[in-house]
Design a protein around this ligand. Structure first.
Ligand SMILES: *Cc1c(COP(=O)(O)O)cnc(C)c1O
Length: 342
């Protein structure tokens, strides 16, 4: 089986398993886990922030960030297809009593400064006020597009001009940095906080990072505890997480494999393939006369897994447990799967 559902399906390698076994540990709720402390310092450094917080999942990182930046009842400006709105169970409403105002970020999922200015709400007797802008890079639902740092800067500046802080959902921000060939800290230069996942292309078994100013992270630490994310001897998972930080450059391989996959799939009759910018390949199945779920069932019969993204859109995601040969084999099998559809 070649599993291209997500870059989260990777298994930790020997080195990571050893790092888990050998980690120095302590009670992290007391701030006494040396491995977690090292991970947080190294991660903050990587994204050019003062401090960082280790969280079990990206979703918790985003939700803790949202809670930490806002007051109840405020509005959050966010892109309409963004992960925080679409895939986090309405967490902003459920956990932080916030109201969402969505912006249409177009094909690349990034709002313009004009949109931010237009949708900003000034607090008064009747209006709740805008408490936060969230951005996403790479944008998952748009096919892993790598937003240029200047676009992030422009939207962030429009928010900052009105005193609104900015959180970047950077689950795959390292993919964006590699795609633009800039250091990760350039991608986060103009935002107040960033979440990124160690458990995606970077290959850690568990965990994400939420980074920001010292003052922000101190308050976020309380909210992590509130949301049930205060962990004890977390060094056993932070150890592999530290190794994951060394895997940023390796993401270029995933991007190359995604391009190979896309090129080969584009020659399959009936499939329309979006040019990948990072490790995500979106395939439109409408030309086959079949919906994505039927297409994916047929792929599974051929031992290739992807996920459904829309009625006619399937996603394949490359990662470090799928090498060039796997990707080429997967493309051939998908071609066969399309033939088998009728
Ligand atoms: C995966 C993802 C998350 C959430 O991460 P989990 O660790 O799965 O909770 C958040 N935002 C984006 C853009 C993602 O792709």
């Amino acid at each position: 089986m070649i599993d291209l559902r997500s870059d989260t399906v990777t298994k930790p390698d020997e080195e990571m398993r050893e790092a888990a076994r050998d980690a120095d540990v302590g009670d992290d709720v007391y701030g006494e886990d040396p491995t977690v402390n090292r991970l947080e310092a190294e991660a903050a450094d990587l994204v050019g922030m003062e401090d960082a917080l280790y969280v079990p999942t990206g979703t918790m990182g985003n939700q803790v960030a949202v809670r930490t930046h806002t007051e109840r009842g405020q509005e959050v400006l966010t892109e309409r297809e963004s992960h925080v709105v679409k895939w986090e169970l309405g967490g902003m409403a459920q956990l932080s009593t916030l109201q969402v105002r969505t912006l249409d970020g177009g094909e690349r999922g990034v709002p313009t400064p004009e949109q931010v200015r237009e949708e900003y709400v000034e607090e008064d007797l009747h209006r709740p006020g805008t408490g936060l802008l969230t951005l996403e890079n790479t944008h998952n639902s748009k096919g892993g597009v790598a937003i240029a740092p200047e676009k992030i800067d422009a939207a962030a500046e429009a928010a900052h001009d009105r005193g609104v802080p900015v959180h970047l959902d950077g689950a795959r921000v390292m993919n964006a940095a590699v795609a633009h060939d800039v250091p990760p800290e350039r991608m986060t230069e103009s935002v107040d906080s960033v979440m990124f996942c160690l458990s995606k292309g970077l290959g850690a078994p568990v965990g994400s990072i939420l980074a920001g100013s010292e003052e922000f992270v101190a308050r976020a630490r309380r909210n992590r505890k509130l949301f049930g994310g205060g962990m004890r001897q977390a060094g056993v998972i932070a150890g592999p997480g530290r190794l994951a930080l060394e895997n940023v450059e390796r993401l270029a391989e995933d991007h190359e494999n995604a391009r190979t996959l896309a090129e080969q799939l584009a020659s399959v009759e009936g499939l329309t393939v979006q040019d990948p910018e990072t490790n995500i390949v979106l395939v439109d199945t409408e030309g086959t006369g079949h919906e994505a779920d039927a297409f994916l069932d047929s792929c599974e019969e051929m031992d290739v897994l992807g996920t459904q993204f829309d009625t006619h859109v399937a996603r394949f995601c490359t990662h470090w447990d799928a090498d060039r040969d796997d990707v080429e084999t997967a493309a051939e099998r998908v071609g066969q799967a399309v033939e088998n559809l009728d």
